[in-house]
Design a protein around this ligand. Structure first.
Ligand code: ZN
Length: 221
């Protein structure tokens, strides 16, 4: 019988409503939990979600397997390390070049690559935002002037605060095909009509953006 692999995890206490789990390439799980959640409750949750967390860890280690390639807008590009000033990355259309000082520091390389990608596709994301907002308004939805922030989000692709007219979009989306970026904008704008993720929410989302389910699957990979 297979020995159950022990899941190593680190707990960070925060003023948050839910518990969040992030699988790291080094094989540990980052747990974010509120101060009033007991260690026993966290251990219990980990035991109950054992299979799911093991799958997350496998995915995270797979991602880290090949630091010499990276995804950008759905395509795979080689990553090269070279002597250069500054902890950043460059892209010449074919290859991402990263400061060789970062070579062994996986998380720092990912940050440098992510910043480089988002600098390049910031305008693309802004154009998608205007297109999607215009599409909703054109279809008669009541969409207020909305502040859209593109930022790094650990566990979410996007979020919408319909009361504050604020939408946030995750920089990690720059790794995925543009249709996935559209799908997240459509998802967040649909929250102006539906606050929760009901069947009606997803039905209407798929009617206004028919590739939604397909993109949701891609974003889970
Ligand atoms: Zn949502």
């Amino acid at each position: 019988m297979n020995e159950k692999k022990e899941i190593k995890y680190i707990v960070t206490r925060k003023n948050i409503k839910n518990m969040y789990f992030r699988a790291k390439p080094d094989g540990t799980i980052d747990v974010s939990a509120n101060y009033n959640v007991t260690d026993l409750q966290i251990k219990d949750f980990i035991d109950k979600n054992y299979e799911k967390l093991i799958r997350m860890l496998e995915k995270a280690s797979k991602r880290a397997e090949n630091p010499n390639e990276t995804h950008y807008l759905g395509k795979v590009y080689p990553v090269e390390f070279k002597k250069m000033s500054g902890n950043y990355a460059q892209f010449d259309g074919n290859v991402f070049t990263v400061n060789d000082l970062l070579e062994k520091r996986y998380e720092d390389v990912q940050v440098a690559l992510r910043n480089c990608k988002i600098d390049m596709c910031f305008d693309v994301f802004s154009k998608i935002n205007s297109e999607v907002a215009a599409d909703f308004r054109g279809k008669g939805y009541n969409i207020p002037i909305t502040t859209v922030t593109i930022k790094y989000m650990k566990t979410l692709w996007g979020s919408c605060n319909a009361f504050k007219h604020k939408i946030s979009i995750c920089t990690k989306l720059a790794d995925y095909p543009l249709k996935c970026v559209y799908s997240v904008y459509y998802h967040e704008y649909m929250h102006y009509k539906y606050s929760g993720h009901t069947a009606a929410f997803y039905k209407e989302l798929n009617s206004i953006f028919p590739e939604y389910d397909e993109c949701a699957k891609l974003l889970k990979q």
